[in-house]
Design a protein around this ligand. Structure first.
Ligand code: PLP
Length: 404
């Protein structure tokens, strides 16, 4: 049984007040909150076995190394990667994308084509623009429709034998649309292109199976799935990770160093230069354990209920428009009310203890498509409740009254 009351007890931050009101945290798509079980792992690490990994013969270093590698195995199992060394621990989604984009600089030629989607986060646009500038490759864009869905027939016509890479997010952070990535991957593979999927918004809500998807690269951040900031994962198929050159030089990523030539370490260490976020990696593993213990089926079912409930209530507010109305979406609602600036509503809601996001959500091309400066975004996690949504709706109505 999914017991939200019991679950909320795991999150100490949900007890605090903001501006004299109980906190209602609806900015989960920017970062999620951290349960006590994960906080305990962080405290335990720094209290009991903080040491550098992979180097020391002493006990503390062994313990830290074991815990870190244990976390890698948990991540491998969770995403169903074939090998543990296909899991590269990164500082987050942005780092993973840049690692791959940088690696492809040496694999692309002038005239090659790279496809991104109109629904991307800036972190999945800018690195590819930089890559195309460096290599002379051409960037193409899969367009979207009014509902905030990608137009797949247009994708088909962009594909050809020059297409080398396709980048798409699994779920849009600005609109919540779930993209048909299995289809996109299959079509890209039919012309021999590799596919990178940005899973930053999917991993908090669903459990992707990288082998079943047959995806070439998959990236995510721990902090959006109940883990700490500054750590994340890049999954890459072994054949691709072997082909890509290292991203950064430094300790940990080498096999042998002389001033004439350096040979690189085997996977995954080839891509993990320097001292990593050791505690973060271990806590990432704990966050995955925590979410699996609740179960992703229960999580998505419950969150879908919140989405439907909130959507229904919001649409009763006069002049309110929701952006992103795909049937296939997660618990993210982007909206505006009349001509009121999103920032003004966000500021008043904060006074009432409610945290929402306002602005372009690092996805300016989507805002340009709708010809708006930004939206208010409410994004829910499994620890949010219908009662919170009721308070949010009542507060929003008050804010609209004050501003119109
Ligand atoms: C949050 C987010 C990112 C960036 O994640 P970081 O942890 O800041 O690197 C990239 N893509 C999407 C879709 C996101 O939601």
């Amino acid at each position: 049984m999914f017991d939200v009351k019991a679950i909320r007890k795991d999150f100490p931050i949900l007890n605090r007040e903001v501006n004299g009101k109980p906190l209602i945290y609806f900015d989960n798509a920017a970062t999620s909150q951290t349960p006590q079980q994960v906080i305990d792992v962080i405290v335990d690490y720094y209290s009991n076995y903080n040491a550098n990994i992979h180097r020391g013969v002493h006990s503390l270093s062994q313990e830290a190394t074991d815990a870190y590698e244990q976390a890698r195995l948990k991540i491998q199992k969770h995403f169903n990667a074939k090998h543990p060394y296909e899991v590269i621990l990164t500082s987050g989604t942005t780092h993973g994308i840049n690692l791959v984009a940088n690696g492809f600089s040496s694999l692309l030629e002038k005239g090659d084509e790279v496809i991104v989607s109109a629904l991307e986060h800036h972190s999945n646009i800018v690195p590819w623009q930089m890559l195309c500038e460096r290599t002379g490759a051409i960037l193409k864009v899969i367009p979207m429709n009014e509902n905030g869905e990608l137009i797949l027939s247009e994708f088909n016509s962009l594909l050809n034998e020059n297409t080398k890479l396709v980048f798409v997010n699994h779920i849009s952070n600005a609109l919540g649309t779930i993209n048909p990535i299995k289809d996109i991957i299959e079509k890209a593979h039919s012309v021999g292109a590799a596919v990178l999927v940005d899973g930053a918004q999917s991993c908090p809500h669903i459990k992707p199976d990288v082998q079943e998807l047959d995806v070439d690269f998959y990236v995510c951040s721990a902090h959006k799935m109940c883990g700490p900031t500054g750590v994340g994962m890049l999954y890459g198929k072994e054949k691709w990770l072997k082909k890509l050159p290292p991203y950064q030089g430094g300790g940990e990523m080498i096999a042998e160093v002389t001033f004439e030539k350096t040979t690189y370490a085997d996977l995954p260490h080839k891509f993990e230069a320097g001292t990593p976020n050791i505690c973060g990696g271990i806590a990432f593993g704990a966050a995955i354990d925590y979410m699996n213990q609740i179960g992703f089926d229960s999580i998505s079912q419950y969150e879908h209920g919140l989405l439907e409930y909130a959507t229904e209530q919001l649409l009763q507010i006069e002049g309110l428009k929701i952006y992103g109305t795909s049937k296939n979406k997660t618990s993210v609602i982007s909206f505006n009310v009349g001509n009121i600036h999103p920032y003004d509503i966000g500021t008043i809601l904060d006074k009432m203890g409610i945290a929402v996001r306002t602005g372009h959500h690092c996805a300016q091309p989507i805002m340009d498509f709708y010809k708006i400066p930004g939206t208010i975004r409410a994004s829910f996690m499994f620890y949010n409740t219908k009662e919170e949504i009721d308070t949010f709706i009542a507060s929003l109505k008050k804010a609209v009254m004050m501003l119109s």
